[in-house]
Design a protein around this ligand. Structure first.
Ligand code: PMP
Length: 406
């Protein structure tokens, strides 16, 4: 394959325009992905690919930061979306599709006796902690040190602009996989703690991702039970990639509530919170809503997405593909004299080049992007069911050339 690299002139021109009318040009988490040599805006997307404004094609290893689990424009999902949309979108009363989706989740997710809906993952996590506070009549929240659960003020670090100390007043932090620290905290303040919230495994940014140690989650749930603290799994990122019954099932424990978002509707805006019967009345009392929460087509898209994921046994396919990709990339790195570490679950790999500076690692990523593989230096990646074996060949070749260019 030719060793050519992409130019991104049209993207750069649009970024200049963006900076005139949008603070920062590109905002939020997308801002961190803006690299001089990389694409900034897409023109279209299909399956495992997107194209930028300069008509360069990228094999997308970010999948929109997770939503595109079946690939962009999946025909079954888009048809379900369109059929529902033809009947109405946000109408003045609810759509029965909301009930059908809740039933689907109750059938599918091991612990689920009910479901509530929002738009973003942060809706589900914020609602979950409100329900925990209402149910326990306690105020404090334990989270993992740099665990991410959205942008609500309770979630953001005090050092961030716009956040005031009282936003964090009731947040307590523990290290991932550290049972002793959790036990000490519960002993000291268990009577004030409403919930423990964590992703099923640790997927921080700019650091190797880490799976739970054997027995970790069992110990967490039994300690929490002892102190009357609810366990909330934030499955917004890993949901439907590890186990279709909830990631907790694979790790052998039962939380009280699970938050879903991202992949649930294959890119249509939707989030869900599910929970156990015990919490149903508290969930009914908490007021949490939004104008767009009742939009029906994303719910129809979610039912189609979940059906499709079940039909193809998505978690095992994604795992297999991720393992193949990781092995090939680790091997190509080795051949070129580099040590590539792939951490986290295989379908959400975080890559790091061991023994070189962060700059060199980012440079390698930039060189992959310039050769048509969309990756990020600081974040875990995502694989979709639309990624093919030819795509692995393409990625391997681009990665190999990227190593040569360092
Ligand atoms: N929880 C986790 C684990 C996440 O990865 C994210 C998003 N990256 C969120 C919550 C927040 O989701 P959203 O950005 O959709 O509000």
């Amino acid at each position: 394959m030719k060793n050519t690299t992409y130019e991104v002139k049209n993207s750069d021109e649009y970024l200049s325009k963006a900076r005139e009318v949008i603070p920062g040009g590109i905002f939020g988490h997308y801002k961190y992905a803006v690299r001089d040599s990389g694409p900034k805006f897409f023109s279209k997307s299909e399956g495992a690919y997107f194209w930028d404004l300069d008509d360069n094609r990228y094999v997308d290893l970010m999948c929109g930061y997770g939503p595109s689990i079946l690939g962009y424009n999946n025909p079954e999902v888009e048809e379900a979306f369109q059929l529902s949309s033809d009947k109405g979108n946000t109408v003045s009363i609810a759509s029965p599709v909301m009930v059908d989706l809740a039933s689907k989740l109750v059938d599918m997710i091991d612990i689920a006796d009910w479901a509530l809906f929002g738009k973003n993952g942060g809706d589900a996590t914020s609602l979950a902690v409100m329900i925990a506070r209402e149910f326990t009549k306690k105020e404090k929240i334990i989270k993992i040190d740099d665990g991410y659960h959205g942008v609500a003020p309770w979630m953001q670090d005090e050092s961030r602009p716009g956040i005031i100390p009282s936003d964090n007043q009731h947040i307590l932090k523990v290290k991932w996989n550290d049972i002793d620290q959790l036990e000490n905290l519960l002993q000291d303040q268990g009577d004030k703690i409403a919930c423990f919230i964590s992703s099923p495994y640790d997927h921080p940014v700019s650091r190797d991702n880490s799976l739970p140690e054997d027995g970790y989650w069992k110990k967490v749930t039994s300690l929490c039970k002892k102190y009357g603290v609810l366990t909330i799994v934030d499955d917004v990122r890993a949901g439907f990639r590890i186990n279709l019954k909830g990631s907790n099932v694979t790790f052998g424990f039962s939380p009280d509530m699970i938050c879903f978002g991202k992949a649930i509707a294959n890119g249509h805006p939707l989030a869900a919170l599910v929970g156990t019967n015990e919490l149903k009345e508290a969930a009914e009392r908490v007021y949490f809503t939004g104008t767009q929460f009742f939009s029906a087509p994303p719910m129809a898209a979610a039912i189609a997405t979940l059906n499709e994921l079940e039909k193809v046994d998505a978690p095992s396919k994604l795992k297999q593909y991720g393992e193949d990709l990781n092995n090939r990339l680790v091997q190509v790195a080795q051949k070129k004299g580099f040590n590539l570490i792939a951490s986290g679950i295989p379908s959400m790999p975080y890559y790091r080049l061991e023994g070189v500076s962060f700059e060199t690692h980012f440079q390698w990523i930039d060189e992959c992007v310039k050769r048509g593989v969309y990756m990020l230096g600081y974040h875990n990646h995502f694989i979709s069911l639309a990624h093919s074996l030819e795509d692995i060949d393409f990625i391997e070749n681009a990665a190999s050339q990227a190593f040569d260019s360092l």
